[in-house]
Write a protein that binds this ligand. Structure first.
Ligand code: KG4
Ligand code: ZN
Length: 353
C-alpha cells in the first residue's frame, strides 16, 4: 500500500510517499525556519503564508521523486497512490489548515481515502522506517508493548504503547516541553533558533575541550518524584539567575550543563517506566530525539539497566517534523474518514487517539 503523507503543523511544509509504512519512496521538507531566525521563534502568520506558497510544489516534488520519469504528478497521484494521510493536529491553526484543506481537496478530486493522523503519536513512527539506524540492533521493527518517549518543541510525552491502537499516557510535562526549554534557554544564551541544535553544537565543543566534565550545575526538577511527569521551566530560571551572578561564563559550558540537565530528567523517568512495565521495545522520538547526547545516554542506560529491551531511535532527519512518519502512522492505523468530516484540530492531544 502506498500512502502520500502531508504535514504542515508548524513551520515545515512536508510531503512524503511511503510504501507499507516502512519504505520511503520520497521525503520532501520545505522549511521557513530561515525566516524565524531573526525573530528568535516562529511567527505563525508568516509560517502559514509560506506554506500556502510551498504546499503544491512540495507535493508535486514528492510524487515525482517517488516515481521518477514516469508521468506528471497529477497522473501519479491518480494511479500510484492508495491513500492520503494528513496531520490534522495539534499545531498552529493557520499552518494546519493549509495541509488539511489541501488533503481534503485531493481526496475529493482523486477519490482517495483520507486518513487523519495525530502529530504527536506519528512522531514515533520514524522508528518503523527501514532507513532507521535500528539495523545496528538485532531487530528492525519495534515490538509491542513499547515505552515511547516523544520529545518535541510542543510536547514531552511518556507513553505505554500496547499495540498500534492502544496507548496509555504515563506522564508529560507540567510546563515547558523539552524542545521549548532548549529554544527558550538558547535565546537567553544569545544562540540562534531553533535552540536545540544550537545548544547541542556548543555542548559538543565543550566536550572536545573537557574530558568527562561533571555537569551538575543545574537542577533536574521532579527527577525523584513518584509520577512520570516532567518540568522544565525552572531550569530556564536557574540559567537566568546563574548568568546574572556569573556574567562572564563560558557559553559552551553552560550549553552542555543545560543539555545534560534536560537529558537526565528525560532519561530517569523513561528508564523507570521501562523497569515498571518491562516492555519489549523502548522508542525515542520527536525533534529533541535528534540530540546526540540524549540518544547515546538513553541507549547506554537502557543497555545497563534493561538489556532485554530493544532501543529504537529514528534517523536524525526523521526526528524533526516530516511527512514520512505521518504516512507510516496512517499505514499502521488505517482509519479513513470522509473528507467532509475532517477538520484541523490545533488542540488535539495524546488522549484523543
Ligand atoms: O518535532 P519537532 O520538529 O517539532 C515539533 O513537533 O515541535 O521538534 C522541534 C524541536 C525544537 O524545539 C528544536 O529545538 C528541537 O526539536 N531540536 C533539538 C535538536 N534538534 C531539534 N533539541 C535538542 N537537540 C537537537 N539536536
Ligand atoms: Zn513534531
Amino acid at each position: 500500500m502506498i500512502i502520500l503523507g502531508i504535514e504542515t503543523s508548524c513551520d515545515e511544509t512536508a510531503a512524503a510517499v511511503v510504501e507499507n509504512g516502512t519504505k520511503i519512496l520520497s521525503n520532501v521538507v520545505a522549511s521557513s525556519s530561515e525566516l524565524h531566525i531573526k525573530t528568535g521563534g516562529i511567527v505563525p502568520e508568516e509560517a502559514a503564508r509560506k506554506q500556502v506558497e510551498y504546499i503544491i510544489p512540495v507535493i508535486q516534488e514528492a510524487l515525482i521523486k517517488a516515481f521518477p520519469s514516469q508521468s506528471t504528478s497529477h497522473q501519479l497521484l491518480a494511479t500510484k497512490i492508495d491513500a492520503i494521510a494528513i496531520n490534522y493536529g495539534p499545531g498552529l491553526i493557520g499552518s494546519l489548515l493549509v495541509g488539511v484543506e489541501t488533503a481534503k481537496t485531493l481526496s475529493f478530486i482523486f477519490d482517495k481515502p483520507l486518513i487523519p493522523v495525530n502529530h504527536i503519536i506519528a512522531h514515533t513512527y520514524g522508528n518503523f522506517i527501514k532507513s532507521s539506524p535500528n539495523k545496528i540492533y538485532k531487530k528492525y521493527l519495534p515490538e509491542f508493548p513499547a515505552i515511547d518517549l516523544t520529545v518535541s518543541g510542543g510536547h514531552t510525552e511518556l507513553l505505554l504503547m500496547r499495540n498500534h491502537n492502544n496507548f496509555k499516557f504515563l506522564g508529560g510535562t507540567r510546563d515547558d516541553a523539552a524542545g521549548e526549554a532548549f529554544d527558550k534557554i538558547a535565546r537567553i544564551l544569545g544562540l540562534p533558533y531553533p535552540g536545540g541544535p544550537s545548544i547541542s553544537k556548543k555542548a559538543d565543543k565543550y566536550f572536545e575541550k573537557v574530558e568527562n566534565p561533571k555537569l551538575i550545575l543545574f537542577p533536574r526538577p521532579m527527577i525523584d518524584s513518584k509520577n512520570y511527569d516532567f518540568s522544565f521551566s525552572g531550569l530556564k530560571t536557574a540559567v537566568k539567575n546563574y548568568l546574572k551572578k556569573n556574567p562572564k561564563q563560558d557559553i559552551e559550558e553552560i550549553a552542555s550543563e543545560v543539555q545534560e540537565a534536560i537529558a537526565d530528567s528525560l532519561i530517569e523517568k523513561t528508564v523507570k517506566a521501562c523497569g515498571e512495565f518491562n516492555p519489549k521495545s523502548l522508542l525515542l522520538s520527536g525533534g529533541v530525539a535528534a540530540n546526540k547526547r540524549l540518544r547515546s545516554k538513553l541507549q547506554e542506560r537502557n543497555k545497563i539497566e534493561n538489556p532485554s529491551i530493544v532501543f529504537h531511535v529514528p534517523d536524525t532527519k526523521l526526528c524533526t517534523d516530516n511527512a514520512v512518519f505521518i504516512s507510516s502512522r496512517a499505514f499502521f492505523n488505517q482509519k479513513h474518514i470522509p473528507w467532509k468530516k475532517l477538520e484541523a484540530n490545533p488542540q488535539l492531544n495524546i488522549r484523543d487517539l
